[in-house]
Write a protein that binds this ligand. Structure first.
Ligand code: TRP
Length: 455
């Protein structure tokens, strides 16, 4: 189908802008600092960067190449390149992961939305202990967490349906630079707080005396896929809107660089502010980290209520542009492969996602069952993060690499990548990474992690 039939893109939006709009979101500002905190700081940051550059970048190029060649949704894309085989199931995993990721994503996006109001009104105090209690009280109150989750999902669905997508994309053009500037200002200010040096050391000075667990390696890998919107077909769908004029390699590098810079910047805000709180322990705050630490940072700034509200507005908008790209994968699938109308696809997929979001929204204390699943030893939201981020996305990437490396084959992919003399630095190296290095690394990390969970 042509671009206009599928009706998904504001026509003049460049890929880099759209790709960055998808990639930059909660993954950078909430997910990255949270996982750095949970997994011990600087060594994790280093491993994360290695995963981004050596595993994710080559796979992003592969995903974009499939998308641009086939011009369809993930299921249709594999089916087109290998008709009559079961390869379409690779796309099917992505469609399922789109639901799965969005289900917990919309819960956290709802927190960001609520914090716009909490910051502007001064409801959340600058006192570290009080702001931690405030977060716990808020997230354990079922009606409010369900309400904000619902609003975020409805807004996402509304944008995809309402044809105001081009407008949102224009907003996201402004969003990136403003978000970057605000983060720089906040990082600068955070570095002047007492205890900041300790926070920076935690963030930047790896402690090689401690061996990293396979769980932490797997978390870094999953986080890299999550932050880059990789492994479930978002980039495949977005690649279908790349024109031949925009080189794939250059576009991918720009999206990766932008996304990674914003994640790193977020760490420069969170850790110095966190360590300025006496007795701060980054491993124990969990998903509430940024919501517990930031109110105190804002309270130390002149005009803190304004800065706080502005920050959470930007975060909610960034989450929204990412959520759109998540919902788009299953929606595009039901339109392209099953002939559903756009409206039907959006309504049904969003309703199903909300149903799966409910237990995640209740997992922070509102329901004792979902907050500590019997026999599993974690809450429902953490279970979703483990299943979808840490396993489904890297496995999706692994399958993409194997497909491109051995089935579609490197030569055919390079034909697409090098079309119209596009800039592509080292085709041989890329082929080698996609065939050998990436699949092997992903397999070993996931296999060893699962083994360490069992024994
Ligand atoms: N990358 C986005 C973020 O960091 C989330 C996201 C959007 C995503 N589309 C995705 C994650 C596809 C995985 C796959 O917030």
């Amino acid at each position: 189908m042509s671009m206009s039939d599928r009706g998904t893109w504001g026509s003049r939006v460049g890929f880099v802008l759209a790709g960055a709009g998808s990639a930059v979101g909660l993954g950078n500002i909430w997910g990255f600092p949270t996982r750095v905190g949970e997994n011990g700081g600087a060594a994790f940051v280093l491993v994360y960067l290695v995963c981004v550059i050596f595993i994710c970048l080559p796979i992003m190029i592969a995903e974009l190449a499939i998308g641009r060649r086939t011009q369809s949704d993930p299921v249709g894309a594999y089916a087109k390149l290998r008709p009559g085989t079961r390869w379409w199931m690779a796309g099917g995993l992505g469609v399922a992961a789109g639901f799965g990721v969005l289900s917990f994503y919309s819960v956290v996006a709802g927190w960001a939305l609520a914090y716009i109001w909490f910051s502007a009104s001064g409801a959340v105090s600058g006192d570290a202990v009080e702001s931690a209690t405030f977060f716990t009280d808020f997230t354990s109150h079922a009606p409010s967490s369900l309400f904000f989750t619902f609003v975020m999902l409805a807004a996402t669905a509304g944008i995809i349906l309402g044809g105001i997508r081009a407008g949102i994309e224009r907003v996201s053009k402004l969003l990136m630079p403003v978000l970057a500037i605000l983060l720089i200002v906040l990082a600068w200010h955070a570095s002047t707080l007492p205890g900041a040096a300790e926070g920076l050391a935690y963030y930047l000075k790896p402690d090689f005396s401690k061996m990293m667990s396979f769980g932490a390696l797997n978390a870094a890998l999953g986080q890299a896929f999550f932050s880059l919107s990789l492994g479930l077909g978002t980039m495949l769908v977005y690649g279908s809107y790349l024109t031949k004029r925009e080189g794939i390699a250059k576009s991918a590098i720009m999206v990766v660089a932008l996304d990674t810079s914003l994640a790193l910047l977020a760490g420069f805000v969170i850790f110095p502010s966190g360590f300025s709180i006496p007795g701060f322990d980054p491993t124990s705050t969990g998903p509430g980290l940024i919501f517990m630490v930031l109110p105190r940072l804002f309270a130390t700034l002149p005009g803190g209520q304004f800065f706080g509200a502005a920050f959470f507005i930007l975060l909610a908008l960034a989450a929204l542009t990412s959520a759109i790209s998540l919902l788009e994968v299953p929606v595009a699938h039901f339109i392209d492969s099953h002939g559903w109308s756009r409206k039907r696809a959006v309504v049904i997929v969003t309703t199903a996602t909300f149903a799966l979001a409910v237990p995640s929204a209740l997992a922070m204390g509102a329901s004792s069952f979902f907050s500590d699943l019997p026999g599993i030893g974690m809450d429902f939201q953490s279970l979703m993060i483990t299943v979808w981020n840490d396993f489904a996305l890297p496995i999706g990437g692994l399958i993409t690499a194997i497909f491109v490396g051995y089935v579609w084959r490197i030569d055919s992919a390079l034909e697409e990548l090098l079309a119209e003399q596009a800039w592509f630095p080292n085709p041989k190296l890329w082929g080698w990474m996609v065939r050998y290095a990436c699949p092997l690394a992903i397999f070993v990390i996931i296999f060893m992690n699962i083994r360490s969970m069992i024994v």
